[in-house]
Design a protein around this ligand. Structure first.
Ligand SMILES: [Fe+2]
Ligand SMILES: [Fe+2]
Length: 271
C-alpha cells in the first residue's frame, strides 16, 4: 500500500497548500491512504470543524491532532461525530473522541491509525504513551486483520520519539513524529520492519519560527517580553511528511521516503 503522512498543517497557508496540492499528490503518487496532522490548521491553534472538513475534502482519509486538539472548542463536539478525526490516546481520561481506529483504504484494505502524546518537555503531564499504545498494538498485529498501521507520536523530544519507534518496531507499519514542526533527516525502516521518522515537519512556511511569523517570537527570545500575538507565516509553504510503501501480507514497510514539496526547503519525495 502507498501511504502518505503530512505533518502539522500550519494556519491558512498550510490549509491552502494542502487543498491545492494534495489532490495532485494523491493522483501522481497513486496513494492508497493519506493521514494529515491538523492540530495547528486554524490560526496555528487547534482545528475548527470547518477547516477539518476542508482537509478531508482535499484528500485526507484521517486527521490526527495533538496537544492543541481542543484549542478550537467546536472540535470537542465534531470529533464525536466525525470518525476520521483521531486525538491522542493519552490526552486525558475525559477527552471526547477516540485515539485509535481502523479505517478503510483502497480495495477495502484496513488501516489502523493511532496517536499518542509524549511526556518529555510537554506542557502537561500526559499518561505514559507506551502503556497507552500496548493494547492497541496487541489488538492489531501486522499480518492480521489490518493491512497496515500508522502511529503518530506527538512530542518534543527526539529521544522519546525514537523510543516509541523501537517499542513499535515490527508491530506497526509506520511510526512518525509530529509537534516540533521541523523535519528530521532520519527516515528509515527499523530492523523489524517499521518505517520511522522522528519528525515529519510541518506543512507551513519555513521562513518563520516553527511556522509563526518570526518578528514576535524573535522579540520574545531577545527581550523576554511579549509585544503582540503569534501569527502563522503564510508565504511559501512546504508540504512536509513521509511516504511509505507497505506489504499487505506482512503489514511491514518496504520503502520509505521523506517528503518536502514546494516552498523553501530542499525538495524530496518518492517521484
Ligand atoms: Fe503539538
Ligand atoms: Fe504542531
Amino acid at each position: 500500500m502507498r501511504i502518505l503522512f503530512l505533518g502539522d498543517v500550519m494556519g491558512r497557508g498550510g490549509r491552502q497548500a494542502v487543498a491545492e496540492r494534495l489532490p495532485g499528490l494523491r493522483r501522481d503518487w497513486r496513494l492508497d491512504f493519506v493521514v494529515v496532522n491538523g492540530e495547528n490548521a486554524t490560526g496555528g491553534r487547534g482545528l475548527s470543524t470547518e477547516h477539518a472538513k476542508g482537509i478531508l475534502e482535499a484528500g485526507a482519509d484521517v486527521i490526527t491532532l495533538g496537544d492543541h486538539a481542543f484549542d478550537q472548542k467546536d472540535m470537542m463536539r465534531f470529533c464525536e461525530t466525525e470518525p476520521r478525526i483521531i486525538r491522542p490516546l493519552n490526552y486525558s481520561k475525559s477527552a471526547p473522541g477516540i485515539g485509535a481506529r481502523v479505517f478503510e483504504a483502497t480495495r477495502g484494505r484496513k488501516v489502523l491509525v493511532a496517536q499518542v502524546l509524549g511526556q518529555v518537555f510537554m506542557s502537561r503531564p500526559y499518561d505514559d504513551p507506551f502503556s497507552a499504545l500496548e493494547p492497541v498494538l496487541k489488538a492489531h498485529p501486522p499480518g492480521g486483520t489490518v493491512a497496515a498501521s500508522l502511529i503518530d507520536i506527538h512530542c518534543e523530544a527526539t529521544s522519546e520519539k525514537m523510543g516509541v519507534g523501537h517499542f513499535c518496531d515490527g508491530r506497526a507499519s509506520i511510526v512518525v513524529g509530529t509537534h516540533t514542526h521541523v523535519p528530521t533527516a532520519d527516515a528509515t525502516i527499523l530492523p523489524r520492519g517499521t518505517a520511522f521518522q522522528s519528525d515529519a515537519g510541518m506543512c507551513g512556511d519555513y521562513d518563520s519560527v516553527i511556522g509563526m511569523q518570526k518578528d514576535e517570537p524573535l522579540r520574545r527570545f531577545i527581550t523576554g517580553m511579549p509585544g503582540g500575538r503569534f501569527t502563522p507565516a503564510m508565504e511559501e509553504v512546504t508540504l512536509s511528511g513521509l511516504y511509505v510503501e507497505t506489504d499487505d501480507r506482512t503489514g511491514l514497510a518496504t520503502r520509505v521516503e521523506m517528503v518536502r514539496q514546494g516552498g523553501r526547503l530542499s525538495q524530496c519525495g518518492p517521484a
